[in-house]
Design a protein around this ligand. Structure first.
Ligand SMILES: NC(=O)c1ccc[n+]([C@@H]2O[C@H](COP(=O)([O-])OP(=O)(O)OC[C@H]3O[C@@H](n4cnc5c(N)ncnc54)[C@H](OP(=O)(O)O)[C@@H]3O)[C@@H](O)[C@H]2O)c1
Length: 250
């Protein structure tokens, strides 16, 4: 993994949960890290301190990734601080969790925009800083291909995200850039607190997962790390599933 030393990664939503685990895993390999967050500055600061303790350069940027002007400003500061980007982890997500019958057009548009269009804008900002070589990993979920209670809009946005990844991968592979999706099974992060049926989702996942336990943020980070190494250089436009076998059970 030593090919990563001195590279620069931007991890959106890197202050907590899965994004934080990926940031720490990359930092272990000597990657300099920019994390992005939206509300919780304390958590972002704590993660930056953990990252710096690993001997790398780390910074946190507050920006709502769903807002183009805030993204623009973040990239201006990021470029001034780091000068280039080798690895983009598009991890921050949001969206409306409601039964399909309660979804409005506004809920739908906002969720699709923040989860799918954001990747497009992140990539458009990142590619000019990649100098003909880069890795993009978009974090998705099994809700892109399976029905989960209250997940209609987010699931559809994750399906759009995975399609966008395939299209981007074809356009960017000739430029030396790999674009792929990492789709995770249920991971017990703070995000799950927003699900009305959280306990049932966790229990169902534990019982149904052939590997016998839930996926952890660290499990996801291990695979993300592999996806940004040279060993993964011929993987383009793929969706790599990290779910302990959950989705292959009939
Ligand atoms: N947890 C699961 O079961 C699971 C399963 C499969 C896939 N995923 C995917 O994994 C990714 C991370 O999920 P997680 O469970 O780790 O979430 P989490 O623990 O709730 O962390 C969310 C992170 O994203 C940031 N964030 C939220 N909205 C943002 C916005 N609009 N702009 C910028 N940053 C924003 C948060 O920053 P603040 O704290 O500052 O708001 C925080 O750093 C998401 O794409 C999610 O869909 C999760």
């Amino acid at each position: 993994m030593s090919d990563l030393k001195g590279k620069v990664a931007l991890v959106t939503g890197g202050s907590r949960g899965i994004g934080r685990a990926i940031a720490l895993k990359l930092a272990d390999q000597g990657v300099n890290i920019a994390i992005n967050f939206m509300r919780n500055r304390k958590a972002a600061q704590a993660t930056v301190e953990e990252l710096e303790a690993k001997g790398i350069k780390a910074k946190a940027y507050r920006a709502n990734v769903g807002k183009e002007d805030e993204l623009h400003e973040m990239f201006e500061q990021f470029e001034a601080d780091f000068g280039k980007i080798d690895i983009l982890i598009s991890n921050a997500a949001s969206g409306v969790l409601k039964p399909a019958m309660e979804l409005t057009r506004r809920h739908w548009a906002w969720t699709m925009d923040i989860n799918a269009a954001t990747l497009l804008h992140l990539v458009q900002h990142s590619v000019p800083l990649m100098n003909g070589n880069g890795k993009v990993v978009a974090i998705s979920s099994l809700g892109s291909v399976r029905a989960i209670p209250d997940y209609t809009a987010v699931g559809a946005s994750k399906a759009a995200l995975e399609s966008l990844v395939r299209h981007l991968s074809v356009e960017l592979a000739p430029k030396g850039i790999n674009v792929n999706t990492l789709s995770a099974g249920v991971v017990d992060t703070e995000a799950l607190k927003h699900f009305p049926e959280r306990d049932q989702i966790l229990e169902n996942s534990r019982v149904r997962t052939p590997a016998g336990r839930l996926v952890t943020p660290d499990d996801v980070a291990d695979v993300a790390l592999f996806m940004v190494t040279d060993a993964a250089k011929m993987i383009h436009g793929a969706t790599i599933v990290v779910d302990g076998g959950y989705s292959v059970v009939a």
